[in-house]
Each structure stands twice: as structure tokens, then as C-alpha cells.
Design a protein around this ligand. Structure first.
Ligand code: P6P
Length: 334
């Protein structure tokens, strides 16, 4: 705690380092480097309407989506910051078809790797809707001093060391977990520091559902029944529930994390495997959801138990308040 009675991100990270006996500060430095990149990205995102970085960069990423300039900037900023930290041996990013290996001496010996979506919700950039950065941190499996390979990145979500997101919204917040609870930090622009604002976040039981009902006809029958359940009148269960859908995962997830609710992205005609990516969207959000007392499922099991088959694998995703995720599984398994 400093003289402002504020706990900055780096003060918190260092204080929590004590939770890990024998920690030498590598994870602390890694998390701090993500905070630095987030501030650089925030600066650009806040000025997106003023500076010529709107519109597409002309490239098409592996998802078949046009890359917007801010996506490219965010990817480059994070890769640069993670590389400079010396604590990361490689990165899997939504914006890069293959893994990005850091092959200079300092990084080859690093014990961590990062999976990330540098700027999720990019379709909302031009219309001033909240967007976000999502990250997930693992220990490498391959020996230190060698180049990491694909197998280092295809670990199940339960092996995550840390995960979090930055939401660039009415305020900019960094929310993360290292497996000892979830904490949120709000950027104070006057200080240029993320300051602890939401300590030990716990997700309450929910009565809000978040899904793109435009895909209703393609949903599994169990999801159609769950939606009708949410819309059915039952005062004892506070139904009908409220529906909220922003169309930006980090924004929809953040609201549910704090207030309770469920986010659903089932299989659709366009995305028969689901739209969201297991490695750098579902797993980090699942880690956070569980650490906040919620759940994350792919419909008939825990998201974090899935062994990934490929870097950009998609999967149906249901996450949020335990009472609502349990209800979705009940309908899907009936
Ligand atoms: P739809 C944004 O493009 C994204 O990847 C997530 O942030 C968001 O939850 C989802 O897609 C929205 O998809 O099909 O409803 O527009």
C-alpha cells in the first residue's frame, strides 16, 4: 500500500508472490509485462476514433476474418513485451497461424509460455463497444534451453498457471488469477497504474443469459429448451430471466463474473464446432470462472479437462454462475 492508499498491480503481484514458496519472480515479471503492453494497447484503443488505425489491415487471419489494424498492433505490442520480459519461451496467438518461438538465449531458457487473443471482439472496434485482451499462461513441457514445440501449447486448461483479461471499456480493467482467487485492477490514467479495485471477485447465482439468438434455429435442442426455460414465467425462480448480449466475449463475461449470469456460444450452422477458441478464449475464461466460484462447460463436461487437438480449435462454450451452467448441462444431457 502506498501513500495514496492504493495497491498497484506490481505491488499486488509481488505481495502475492509469497503464495508460491520458492518463486523467483519469473511469473511476477511476466504478469507485469502484460500490464505494460495493456497500457500501450489501451492508449491506442482510446484514440481509435482519432488516429488512422481503424479499418482493416488488409490481411486475413487463420480465422478467415479481416485483421483490423488494432488487432495487429495489439499482437505486436504483447509479443514485444513478453519477449522483452525474458520469462516466456513462445506464444500462441489468435493473430498468428503458427506458434511464435522466442529463440534468443534469454527466452530459450524461460519456463513459461502464453496463449492469447490480443484483441478479442475486434468487430466492435469501429463502433466503440468494449473489447478485450485475453491471456493464458502455462509452464512449458519441453526442456528449458530448447525451442518450444506445439506439444507445449496443447495442454489442457487445468494445467494453466495463470489467466486473465484486460477490458477496454468505460474504464480499463485487468482481471487475473494465479489459482488463488480472482482480482481486478482498474487503470488510473492520472497515475498510469492499474490499481486494485475488485479484490477476491466471487460470481453470485445468476438470472441473466447472454447468447446470440440470431442462431436459434441452429442451436442444439437442449439449448433451445434452456432459452425457453429462461423466458418462462416463474416468480419463485425470478423468471423470466433477463437477456443481455454485447457480442464481445470479454464484456459479456466480465458483466456475468461480477453480477452473475451465463454466457453461451453453442454450435451454429456457420460454426458447427462452436465459434470460440479453446486455447486463448475458453480456457482462460474457464479458469477465471471457476476461481470465482462459477463453472465452464462444453455442454457435457468441464472445459478445462479437454486435451486440445490444435492451436485454433473451436469448442461450444457455456460459462458463468454455477446454477445456470448446471441447468444448461441438465437440458443438454436430458
Ligand atoms: P457473434 C468477437 O468476434 C467474438 O469472437 C467474441 O468476442 C464474441 O463473444 C463472439 O465473437 C460474438 O460472436 O457470432 O455473436 O457475433
Amino acid at each position: 500500500m502506498n501513500s495514496y492508499n492504493l495497491t498497484t498491480l506490481i505491488e499486488f503481484i509481488i505481495a502475492k508472490q509469497a503464495d508460491f514458496p520458492g518463486a523467483k519472480g519469473e511469473l511476477s515479471r511476466l504478469l507485469y509485462s502484460i500490464g505494460v503492453a495493456a497500457k500501450m494497447i489501451n492508449k491506442k484503443v482510446n484514440k481509435a476514433g482519432l488516429v488512422d488505425i481503424l479499418g482493416t489491415a488488409g490481411n486475413i487471419n487463420i480465422q478467415g476474418e479481416e485483421q483490423k489494424k488494432l488487432d495487429v498492433f495489439a499482437d505486436q505490442q504483447l509479443i514485444g513485451s513478453l519477449k522483452a520480459s525474458g520469462e516466456v519461451c513462445g506464444v500462441a496467438s489468435e493473430e498468428n497461424d503458427e506458434i511464435v518461438v522466442f529463440d534468443h538465449e534469454m527466452s530459450k531458457d524461460a519456463k513459461y509460455l502464453v496463449c492469447m487473443d490480443p484483441l478479442d471482439g475486434s468487430s466492435n472496434i469501429d463502433v466503440n463497444v468494449s473489447i478485450g485482451t485475453i491471456f493464458s499462461i502455462y509452464r512449458r513441457l519441453s526442456p528449458r534451453g530448447t525451442k518450444p514445440g506445439l506439444e507445449d501449447f496443447l495442454q489442457e486448461g487445468s494445467k494453466q498457471i495463470a489467466a486473465g483479461y484486460i477490458i477496454y471499456g468505460s474504464s480499463t480493467m485487468l482481471v487475473y488469477t494465479t489459482g488463488k482467487g480472482v482480482n481486478g485492477f482498474t487503470l488510473d490514467p492520472s497515475l498510469g497504474e492499474f490499481c486494485l479495485s475488485h479484490e477476491h471477485i466471487q460470481t453470485p447465482p445468476g438470472s441473466m443469459y447472454s447468447i446470440n439468438e440470431g442462431n436459434y434455429l441452429a442451436f442444439p435442442e437442449g439449448i433451445k429448451r434452456f432459452i425457453k426455460y429462461c423466458q418462462d414465467v416463474d416468480p419463485a425462480n425470478k423468471r423470466p430471466y433477463t437477456s443481455r448480449y454485447i457480442g464481445s466475449l470479454v464484456a459479456d463475461f466480465h458483466r456475468n463474473l461480477l453480477k452473475g449470469g451465463i454466457f453461451l456460444y453453442p454450435q451454429t450452422h456457420k460454426n458447427p464446432e462452436g465459434k470460440l477458441r479453446l486455447l486463448y478464449e475458453c480456457n482462460p475464461m474457464a479458469f477465471l470462472a471457476e476461481q470465482a466460484g462459477g463453472k465452464a462447460s462444453h455442454g457435457n463436461g468441464r472445459i478445462m479437462d479437454i486435451v486440445p487437438g490444435s492451436l485454433h480449435q473451436r469448442i461450444p462454450f457455456y460459462t458463468g454462475s454455477t446454477n445456470m451452467v448446471d441447468k444448461v448441462e441438465e437440458f443438454l444431457m436430458a
